[in-house]
Design a protein around this ligand. Structure first.
Ligand SMILES: [Cu+2]
Length: 420
């Protein structure tokens, strides 16, 4: 390498380091969320439809218990592109293990292993958490679907105060006594990693110096065999290593077996959880729907029939954990702790907001209009190869009973104002 090239390399290197330094110093705000908005709209609107999500309490100290709970409806209109929920797991989406999970129940049944969920089914989950790492964290319920990946529910902020050093996670053992899972087995884990890692490095080092890999590869390619490369010392080293490994495995096995005579394997059975079903006196059909790009609104025409005995009013449309409400929804279903940034309190409009009377069938024009469509990047659905939407419509009678319908339909994008 000549001096000129050397100089060039130095300049490029210096610029690179300076850029990285500046970026870290000035433009690295703490991550406020973790990419939930970049999940495709069809994945967020037409798979698990989350509602009644609660982060309770939202402020805790290290070692305190908290609860993440809510309900989800598994959409009937599950997208073709997503693997069906034959093997699912209810989880928590969080920036690293800021909480430990103590238990999770779905429809009252412990769900510590994966199991199937039914399309069209409704599931109520309760996840008990224990605060671990202090900070201001964005926490989502999450449904992991085998083959499809994690599907994040709505995110809410949870604050943990205190000091990580005080964190303990005591667990009662079936054979008596308690352990702290935060530290249990740590020494043994480190010991085995160092031991096997060290032996592996020794093995590689032995052959690295007699001679190096590239030379060996060339000899092998040229000679077609390894007779030239091995000498008697290599064979001795090989047998010593084999013996050592077998002895370590045997000693390790018998020592561990003597120390822990009672063990149970990791559990792998699938819980078969019976779903409940949405209850509603209304039947709803999507007659037509379009997404107004400049107006940032999903405009639906629904044919609605009231099969019940009380007049009902529509109050909320919920999709992808984002809630569009009108006055009826605010009066009946406003949870003051629900994150304000994923709620549009005046986001639902109807041309005719008179109640749907018992026995009546009518077409209702329902608009959910808010900048949230764009901000939450749900309007990306106009770029999907399958332009469909889904969501939950909630209605109430005068005494506050809620009726929920899951709707789905095709949308037509409207790109310009003139057309709309
Ligand atoms: Cu988040």
């Amino acid at each position: 390498m000549n001096t000129k090239n050397m100089l060039k390399l130095c300049v490029i290197g210096a610029l690179g380091v300076a850029t990285l330094g500046l970026t870290l110093a000035f433009t690295a705000p703490p991550a406020a969320a973790h990419g939930e908005r970049s999940q495709e709209p069809f994945l967020r609107m037409r798979t698990a439809q989350w509602y009644d999500t609660r982060w309770n309490p939202s402020k805790t100290s290290v070692n305190d218990e908290a609860m993440l709970s809510g309900k989800m409806h598994i959409a009937e209109d599950w997208p073709r592109a997503v693997v069906r929920p034959n093997r699912t797991f209810i989880n928590v989406g969080s920036p690293s293990s800021v909480f430990t999970r103590l238990s999770s129940k779905v429809n009252g049944i412990p769900m510590f292993t994966s199991g199937p969920m039914e399309l069209g089914g409704d599931y109520e989950y309760v996840i008990r958490l224990r605060a671990r790492l202090p900070g201001h964290h964005h926490i989502h319920p999450m449904l992991a679907v085998n083959g499809a990946g994690p599907i994040a529910g709505p995110g809410g902020w949870m604050d943990i105060q205190g000091n990580y050093k005080d964190f303990t996670n005591p667990v009662k053992l079936l054979v008596g006594g308690t352990i702290d899972t935060e530290t249990a087995g740590l020494v043994a884990g480190l010991f085995w990693h160092i031991l096997w890692g060290g032996l592996g490095f020794l093995w590689i080092a032995w052959f690295m110096i007699r001679p190096m890999f590239l030379i060996r590869a060339r000899v092998l390619a040229q000679e077609g065999g390894d007779e030239l490369l091995t000498d008697p010392a290599d064979k001795v080293a090989g047998f010593i290593m084999l013996g050592t490994v077998f002895v370590i495995i045997a000693v390790g096995f018998f020592a561990t077996d003597a120390q822990y005579p009672y063990t149970v394997p990791l559990q792998a059975g699938a819980p078969l959880i019976k779903p409940t079903h949405l209850e509603s006196d209304l039947t709803m059909k999507v007659l037509a729907a379009d997404y107004d790009v400049p107006g940032r609104a999903l405009r639906m025409t629904l044919t609605v029939t009231n099969n019940g005995e009380t007049p009902l009013r529509i109050g909320e449309f919920t999709t992808a954990g984002i809630r569009f409400l009108n006055k009826v929804g605010v009066a009946n279903n406003l949870d003051p702790n629900y994150p304000a940034e994923i709620m549009a309190l005046d986001g639902l409009n109807m041309e005719d907001d008179s109640p749907i009377l018992p026995g009546e069938t009518k077409d209702i024009k329902l608009d959910s209009r808010d900048s949230l469509w764009e901000f939450q990047r749900l309007m990306d659905m106009v770029h999907d190869p399958e332009q469909r939407f889904g969501g939950l419509v909630m209605s109430w009678d005068d005494s506050g009973n809620r009726h929920i319908n899951s709707i789905a339909g095709a949308i037509i994008p409207v790109f310009t104002r003139a057309q709309g």
